[in-house]
Design a protein around this ligand. Structure first.
Ligand code: NIG
Ligand code: FE
Length: 409
């Protein structure tokens, strides 16, 4: 027997199967069954046998419908906060100087290690809840505030547990190469070998790792150290990504693209040669405008050159206690438009199809036949309104696998 189906009609549906398809309505109806989209298009083209199978019909009231949003770069599992560093920066001390004095990432490492696993989960949950309430149905969460084998494992376990608790698709990223912990002070190469060759295989065996990341920048790790990590990842069949060019170009993108990285993220400092490398490798450029804004940076990523080269562009919150205390993906796209010059359709594609691509989450971030029926019904009519407003709670209903799980029509 064929599964019962549901018809969702009278919507203004941005399918987001491409940047152009994030610009306007490409459909006004779709049919879901078994948690998937079985058919999508204009209702007048819906054939009679499928219509007859639709046991339930929902009227979308002419509202905008998009795929469930995808936040493809977050550090949302952490304990404590760094509001005191924000205050210091307001007095003129730089992010990099705070890090040199043992603050910054290492301050959050101390707080995260000290927190019990339940406390870590409780601290992180409201951040995921806020993103989910806005329409996020898939998210990447990095480790990187544990920096011991067991503390990194705890972070990744908490990330997985959050996904189960809130019914969100969580992709975990191993970021032990975020800072050199005190146990390895002055021995960065040895730390990278340990986290690559000893810890990573253990965490992979525990099924905690979906991809691998490294913070490759001035004051962080080198391109040569990235290579050590990426070779270990490749041996385990894992995809890689990189924090690159936030403050300086230290040659990371050349290594990342050599390993066909899924994404390179930040990219304020990016050469023309590296743009060509990203394009050739099909690596997604993940832009993090809230971090740029929070740190008061002034050199935006070369968006026009990325666009011209055909590099896929995604946008993410970078939710973290240091550079991006932010739990709104819509604010991130507002800033991506205003600070980086993205068009509204590039911005919407950046938090749907392009973000899914950065996570290798096939079928997510788009509304297409055969894909998961994860979608958001908005209290606005046009796609560009999503990056136009800030602070408007516009998400009216969120559906997962064909069922409304938040809000109501
Ligand atoms: O993406 N730049 C490195 N990592 C984070 C910041 C982490 C932190 O400051 O705690 C980022 O901006
Ligand atoms: Fe980050």
């Amino acid at each position: 027997m064929t599964a019962a189906a549901t018809l969702w009609r009278n919507g203004r549906i941005a399918t987001c199967t491409s940047v152009a398809a994030a610009a306007d309505a490409r459909a006004d109806a779709f049919v879901t069954s078994g948690g998937r989209i079985e058919w999508i298009g204009f209702e007048r083209a819906l054939d009679a046998p499928l219509r007859a199978r639709c046991g339930a019909t929902h009227d979308l009231g002419g509202r905008l419908v998009t795929p469930g949003l995808v936040d493809c770069h977050t550090h949302l599992v952490f304990a404590g906060d760094r509001a005191h560093e924000f205050a210091e920066r307001q007095r003129g001390v730089s992010y990099e100087d705070i890090a040199k004095r043992g603050g910054g990432i290492l301050a959050t490492v101390r707080a995260t290690r000290a927190a019990g696993t339940e406390a870590l989960l409780a601290a992180s949950a409201p951040r995921l809840e806020a993103l989910a309430a806005e329409g996020v149905t898939a998210i990447e969460i990095k480790s990187g505030y544990g920096l011991t084998l067991e503390d990194e494992a705890r972070m990744l376990e908490v990330a997985r547990a959050l996904g189960r608790r809130y019914d969100i698709d969580v992709r975990t990223t191993y970021l032990a190469a975020h800072a050199v912990p005190p146990e390895f002070a002055g021995r960065a190469d040895e730390y990278v070998r340990t986290l690559s060759r000893e810890w990573l295989p253990t965490l992979v065996a525990r099924r905690l790792v979906d991809s691998v990341d490294i913070y490759c920048d001035r004051g962080a790790f080198t391109a040569a150290q990235a290579r050590v990590l990426f070779e270990a990842a490749r041996a385990l069949g894992l995809a890689v990504r990189m924090h690159a060019g936030q403050f300086a170009d230290v040659g990371g993108v050349a290594v990342a693209t050599e390993f066909a990285a899924l994404s390179c993220d930040h990219l304020e400092e990016l050469s023309a040669a590296d743009i060509a490398r990203l394009a050739a490798a099909g690596t997604v450029a993940v832009l993090l405008p809230v971090a740029y804004y929070t740190l008061g940076q002034t050199r935006a990523p070369p968006v026009a050159a990325l666009r011209d080269a055909g590099v896929p562009i995604a946008v993410a919150t970078d939710c973290n206690p240091g550079t991006s205390p932010c739990v709104s993906l819509l604010l991130a796209i507002n800033m991506a438009c205003r600070l980086f010059g993205l068009t509204p359709e590039e911005a919407l594609a950046g938090i749907t199809c392009q973000a899914a691509r950065a996570l290798a989450l096939d079928g997510h971030g788009t509304l297409a036949g055969g894909g998961p029926a994860d979608f958001v019904v908005w209290d606005v009519a046009a796609p560009w309104e999503l990056s136009y407003w800030s602070g408007l709670d516009a998400s009216r209903a969120v559906a997962r696998r064909g069922a409304i799980v938040r809000g109501a029509l």
